[in-house]
Design a protein around this ligand. Structure first.
Ligand code: SF4
Length: 516
């Protein structure tokens, strides 16, 4: 690609969140696994240098006037011939398009991969992206970069979308690609990220999911690498990067139960519980005591669980496959095994028209409060239902004409902090405001005083109830106070923008226009 026969540079960018959100703090200590895997695969190609810029974890990079990495400086210091963008979150797409247009104007080829452009390639191709990749990014990127380096056309490659000479979007399906054996993938090379400090290492071995939750965009028959492969990854990261903390990104670690059990038993044999793991699992995995015991021995501390709702009617609409009755029982089991639970909820899940019984907002709030109190969850996250691109939920709401247009509600707002559709079983205000009220109640300011009290009472509490109980309470209060400060800051910005008032106004106009 370069006339001077030197290596070409492929820069992969993980775009900044549009605003501070609940993931901002943790994002400064970690990164996204998918782009690191793609960058690692690209770095094995002869003639290519590869670097990753994670805009959410970027200390010491040149910054622009908004405090974001300054790409004009990065590009002038080290020009990239090809720039890739990680597009896993719809809320970051406007940042992607802005940067893509800048890099295009510098003569670079721009590539996007991730769920958002996968489901809507044309939109990105019209906004600064030259090629959208689908399927296993590690394979497609190799083909694309090799063709670009040799000056060959890429239009025939499987697993890409592009605009043809008429400006029409063409897609060569990823199914034409040979399915990669995940055991043959290289280990993620975190040394490729510039400016980032990684404390929590994301690792994984499972892709796809066998469940069919209506609101989720994870599709495709599940497949996985072996438990041994994941163990080898951990061992390599411990040895080469002194890694101690890991986040297993697999959406459901029990998708391959045998492999998960093997992995945790092997970790316990090799490291005892000296490493720390955060995992994601389904709530009903609580029934699998053998797996929970192995996880506990291997140092799993936090289990992130998509509870979604303590209301049966909503669970049914989401197709979660369990009911409220079992939720308390399963939560108790996780606690008995000593895990901290990070519980994720969805507020205001829209009713399917066929539902016979649906509760009003007051009753739903009561049920949420009651469940959170009874379950004694360690941390919670309550977000509004997001009609994510590519989901059945989005198609259903679109059919019912309940989605706000992107002019009114752009993709930036698709982060769970904003109402994205017109509810028909509660007011727009209830959809928007109740989750924040529930979060405020959980992350209460009194936790500040409890932290001090716990510190003073430590010697007695330690003797009476032991380290684990004291530490759990102390840690949870620290998290609660941190959460309280975050919500306070977020609300300040939210009220300044008058989001709800603007949305209500626009909708009154729309409804009036419809009635005329
Ligand atoms: S929400 Fe979790 S269990 Fe449901 S389809 Fe998505 S990844 Fe699978």
């Amino acid at each position: 690609m370069r006339e001077d026969n030197k290596c070409s540079l492929f820069r992969l960018i993980i775009p900044a969140f549009p605003e501070v959100n609940i993931f901002t703090r943790v994002a400064k200590k970690t990164t996204a696994l998918g782009p690191i895997m793609v960058a690692t695969a690209a770095s094995k190609l002869w003639g290519w240098r590869v670097e990753v810029i994670d805009e959410n974890n970027c200390k010491g990079a040149p910054l622009d006037e908004k405090g974001l990495p300054d790409h004009s400086v990065l590009q002038s210091q080290r020009p990239a011939e090809v720039v890739g963008f990680y597009c896993g979150l719809s809320s970051t797409m406007s940042r992607v398009w802005k940067l893509a247009q800048f890099y295009q104007s510098m003569g670079a080829t721009t590539i996007a991969g991730g769920w958002h452009p996968h489901y809507a390639p044309e939109e990105s191709l019209e906004k600064g992206i030259d090629i959208v990749v689908h399927g296993d990014g590690e394979i497609v990127i190799g083909q694309v970069l090799t063709h670009l380096a040799e000056g060959k056309a890429t239009e025939h490659l499987a697993g890409i979308s592009f605009l043809d000479s008429q400006g029409t979007c063409k897609t060569n399906p990823a199914e034409l690609l040979e399915e990669v054996d995940l055991n043959t993938l290289p280990y993620p090379d975190f040394g490729l990220i510039r400016f980032a400090k990684i404390k929590i290492f994301p690792i994984g071995r499972i892709r796809g999911c066998s469940r069919k939750c209506e609101f989720c965009s994870v599709k495709g028959k599940p497949r996985w690498a072996s438990g041994q492969f994941l163990f080898d990854q951990v061992q390599w990261l411990v040895e080469t990067r002194n890694a101690r903390e890991f986040f297993i990104v697999d959406d459901r670690l029990e998708e391959d139960r045998k492999g998960a059990l093997f992995f945790f038993e092997k970790i316990a044999q090799a490291y005892g519980n000296s490493l720390s793991f955060t995992v994601q699992a389904r709530l009903e995995t609580a029934e699998d005591h053998q797996l929970l015991a192995a996880m506990n021995k291997a140092g799993v501390q936090v289990v992130c669980i998509g509870y979604e709702s303590p209301i049966d009617e909503e669970l049914k609409a989401m197709r979660k496959g369990y009911s409220y009755r079992d939720m308390l029982k399963w939560t108790k089991i996780y606690h008995q095994f000593g895990f901290l639970i990070h519980a994720m909820f969805i507020w205001g899940y829209p009713a399917q028209q066929a539902s016979v019984l649906w509760l009003n907002a007051k009753e739903r709030t009561k049920r949420f409060k009651k469940f959170i109190r009874q379950a004694q969850l360690d941390t919670v996250q309550i977000l509004r239902a997001i009609p994510i691109i590519g989901t059945e939920l989005r198609s259903r709401l679109a059919k019912e004409n309940r989605l706000f247009s992107l002019e009114v509600l752009p993709w930036e707002k698709y982060d769970g902090n904003y109402a994205c559709f017109q509810p028909d079983d509660m007011s727009l205000r209830e959809l928007q405001e109740i989750p924040t009220k529930l979060m405020k109640k959980f992350y209460d300011p009194m936790s500040f005083f409890r932290i001090a009290l716990r510190a003073v009472a430590f010697p007695i509490d330690y003797l009476l109830r032991g380290w684990d109980t004291w530490h759990r309470g102390w840690r949870n209060d620290l998290k609660k106070y941190g959460g309280h400060l975050f919500i306070k800051g977020w609300l300040k910005r939210y009220h300044r923008d008058n989001f709800l008032e603007e949305l209500e106004k626009m909708h009154t106009f729309r409804d009036q226009a419809k009635d005329q």
